[in-house]
Write a protein that binds this ligand. Structure first.
Ligand code: SF4
Ligand SMILES: [Zn+2]
Length: 345
């Protein structure tokens, strides 16, 4: 999975690679999380695995998580990684465990490792959040995990409620119907569902991206408990990075993030957003002058879950953003003079 990439981490944003060790997790940290209306200590663990099943077949256009993956990671390596990570996690009541793929894919996370993690959480009365692609969410699998620990939140990348966007812009290798089916299985099993909504897949204008993310969030609200709005960030080795280097892609504006969050104010679900690489060139950004203030407002909005709209600071770049949204739209629908000019040539 890729929460646009795991919103929590910016490890893929064109930074020099750290030496990888098969028995050391990619990253571990603690943070605050709003769980059922209470702010609690949460742990975040990113395990290094053999990688996402879909990534091996090409992967999604914005996902560079395969770079952190290693072939030949075995059960012993994964257990060693988790044991190192969990040593710092005593006292938490929420564990977010990411694998750069699917926790329910037995090729990536063998049953012994899965059961060890579930047991660790059960013994500590800690909710467990993990990610999975839809094809691994089956009734049999849900029975198996629920049999060990039943306080689960499962994050599934819906990304877009438009099958064409899923297919041609994201290459998700999944349909909206696949997502709906997995969501039903998760809900029937009594687990919580976190839906990932991607903001600004490639090949969409800024305005189309905003519209698509809002429609997707509304679709996600039908079955999920939490909606995570994930602005695309430019990860190494991806199609999105290639487009960006050729001036054919810009990460979304933070004003667009605010627009989507404000449009979700009436959605009766927890809506979270933590833009990876926010304020930087490879992440959602504005002019540089107002970015940190907007990011703070977005963070506060996610943690508090207040339904009020985000105002954002007064900054002249908002006019520029409005202009971009309008002009790109005119170019896209062919009513722009510039576009006519190009056609006449
Ligand atoms: S499903 Fe797509 S976004 Fe998720 S980890 Fe695999 S390649 Fe990345
Ligand atoms: Zn600005």
């Amino acid at each position: 999975m890729n929460d646009g990439g795991h919103a929590e981490n910016d490890r893929m944003l064109g930074r020099p690679r750290r030496p990888a060790s098969s028995n050391t997790p990619v990253s571990v940290w603690k943070e605050k999380e709003n769980v059922d209306g209470k702010i609690v200590d949460a742990g975040v663990v990113i395990l290094r695995t053999s990688g996402c099943a879909h990534s091996i077949n090409g992967g999604c256009t914005m996902c560079g998580y395969n770079i952190e993956s290693q072939e030949n990671i075995d059960t012993g390596d994964l257990l060693a990684q988790f044991n190192k990570a969990s040593a710092d996690m005593e006292g938490i009541s929420f564990l977010k465990l990411y694998t750069s793929g699917s926790f329910l894919d037995e090729r990536e996370i063998p049953a012994d490792v899965r059961n060890h993690v579930l047991t660790w959480c059960k013994d500590r009365d800690s909710r467990l959040l993990f990610e999975s692609r839809t094809e691994f969410v089956t009734e049999e699998m849900m029975d198996a995990v629920n049999g060990i620990h039943d306080d689960l939140e499962i994050a599934v990348g819906l990304e877009s409620s438009n099958d064409k966007v899923l297919k041609y812009a994201i290459n998700k290798n999944m349909t909206v119907a696949d997502y709906d089916n997995a969501a039903d299985i998760i809900k029937k099993a009594g687990a919580k569902l976190r839906a990932y909504v991607l903001l600004k897949p490639p090949f969409l204008t800024e305005a189309e991206a905003i519209e698509d993310a809002i429609a997707t969030a509304k679709h996600a609200a039908l079955k999920s408990d939490t909606i995570s709005i994930n602005p695309v960030n430019i990860q190494r080795g991806t199609l999105v990075e290639r487009l960006w280097k050729n001036w054919a892609y810009r990460a979304p504006w933070l004003w667009s993030v605010v627009e989507v969050l404000n449009s979700c104010a009436d959605v009766d679900r927890k809506v979270v957003c933590d833009p990876t690489g926010g304020g930087k060139e490879r992440g959602a950004h504005n002019c540089g002058g107002c970015d940190s203030k907007i990011l703070e407002s977005i963070k506060e909005h996610s943690t508090s879950q207040k339904r009020s709209k985000i105002d954002g600071p007064v900054c002249s770049c908002r006019d520029l953003w409005e202009g971009v949204v309008e002009l790109e739209g005119l170019i896209a629908d062919g009513t722009c003079d510039l576009q006519r000019l190009f056609r006449q040539r």
